[in-house]
Write a protein of this length. Structure first.
Length: 65
């Protein structure tokens, strides 16, 4: 079933997840969906100033689109 999730668009996956949230298949769909996301994380050892700069840079990137 996971193979069919790979063939879905992001919108189709999102709808499927919302419709089947409490179902095991919904969990598998969420795993596929989350694998497509471009996750940005602050490194664990970042100082508060570095963390702030990383977050501000990410916001700037998102607002340029």
């Amino acid at each position: 079933m996971s193979e069919s999730f790979k063939n879905m668009t992001d919108d189709e996956l999102e709808k499927y997840i919302n419709d089947c949230l409490d179902d095991e298949a919904g969990e598998l769909a969420f795993l596929e969906y989350s694998s497509r996301l471009d996750w940005k994380k602050v490194p664990a050892g970042a100082t508060p100033e570095e963390e702030k700069q990383i977050i501000e840079d990410l916001i700037a990137q998102r607002t340029k689109k």
